[in-house]
Ligand binder design. Structure first.
Ligand SMILES: [Mg+2]
Length: 287
């Protein structure tokens, strides 16, 4: 286990970071994270679990966590799946299934159901809705700015269908009602709308916090995000961080008074916030 989680720290506070990827830890345009490498290294040094919580797929996040050198759990497709790598978690967490090299908790609805629902909704509203399942790899690559290989990984979906509406209507009410009427949820990320089950990032975060607490750890959670689909995490976090200065989400501070809004965007903002929070807790570490 990670150094911070050593049994001697049981009962003391333990930082866990839940982070969105696109536009937060990764640059919105280039998908690079090197501007955050100082804080990422500090997390590793201090044994602070760094948990990606993204609308990305398992295949996509696997690549990114390898690149970041992370051994921590991760959350895919807007809270649809929670994955624990077997190498770092030899004991299966309770009620997980083992699949593709990971212990897995499924919180989401199967992808096939979501595709059928989105097609029904399109017919019902008569809107020009296009989901990933309607697109080829090339179109996904063009819309996301990903290369063809990454776009292929993005298309390997289990629990969430990203889609665009052209043009985006100003009143989303009819869509919201059509989605809710099917017991599904709509969220909005940096590029796409997403159709998924009644899972969200915050619920997945809660499930993981519970898992840490059951190990006798007093967790202090840090959550970072840049879009509305991250707000359910920010609401639950002890240290919520909005990495989207000037995006018009500043009013979030009315509902989350402890919210920090970074000065910089993307990985620079991420670095700034995490260094600040972990740095200011230096005393606790030795205390
Ligand atoms: Mg984002």
């Amino acid at each position: 286990m990670t150094p911070q989680a050593a049994p001697t720290l049981t009962g003391k506070s333990f930082f866990v970071i839940f982070t969105d990827l696109d536009g937060t830890l990764l640059d919105h345009e280039t998908y690079r994270w090197d501007a955050a490498s100082e804080a990422v290294e500090l997390c590793k040094e201090r044994g602070v679990p760094l948990i990606p919580v993204s609308s990305k797929t398992r295949a996509e996040i696997e690549l990114i966590r390898n690149d970041l050198g992370l051994e921590d759990p991760f959350v895919t497709e807007n809270g649809g799946g929670i994955f624990f790598p077997r190498e770092s978690h030899p004991e299966p967490p309770r009620s997980t299934v083992f699949r593709n090299g990971f212990w897995e908790w499924d919180l989401g609805r199967p992808y096939g159901e979501l595709i059928i629902a989105l097609r029904e909704i399109r017919a019902e509203l008569g809107w020009k809705i296009r989901g990933f399942s309607d697109m080829g790899v090339e179109e996904i690559a063009r819309l996301t700015g990903l290369d063809a290989m990454s776009a292929r990984l993005a298309a390997e979906r289990d629990f969430d269908e990203p889609f665009v509406i052209e043009p985006t209507p100003s009143d989303l009410g009819p869509l919201e009602r059509a989605v809710a009427g099917r017991g599904l949820r709509l969220s909005r990320g940096g590029r796409f709308f997403h159709l998924h089950g009644e899972n969200d990032k915050g619920m997945a975060m809660e499930r993981l916090l519970d898992w840490y607490r059951k190990q006798g750890l007093t967790v202090r959670s840090i959550a970072l995000g840049d879009s509305p689909n991250d707000f359910s995490m920010l609401e639950r976090a002890d240290y919520p961080v909005l990495v989207a200065p000037g995006q018009g989400y500043g009013r979030l501070k009315d509902t989350i008074s402890r919210l920090t809004i970074t000065r910089q965007r993307g990985p620079r903002g991420w670095n700034e916030a995490v260094m600040e929070i972990l740095g200011s807790s230096e005393e606790d570490r030795h205390g």
